[in-house]
Design a protein around this ligand. Sequence first.
Ligand SMILES: [Zn+2]
Length: 82
Amino acid sequence: MQGASKAEQHFQPGETVPESGVYTVLHYQHRQQHPATIFKGDRFPQCTRCGTAVRFELARSAALISEDGDFKPSSAKVKGAP
Ligand SMILES: [Zn+2]
């Protein structure tokens, strides 16, 4: 059984981005919604058209590979590379 279903949370300009991922950008009237990748720790931006009326909804979280503890910068050489 699932408990409380995950509420769709809307973020607004100026709020801190809680996690990196693809967000659905919801504009006020002038444009269809569209996806955008936004990085954790940034602040959600204003729209130049609808200003602070724009809203962001996390569509799919995707941690940066550098945030994933299973990875580290590679010093390996690609086989076949010059
Ligand atoms: Zn807009």
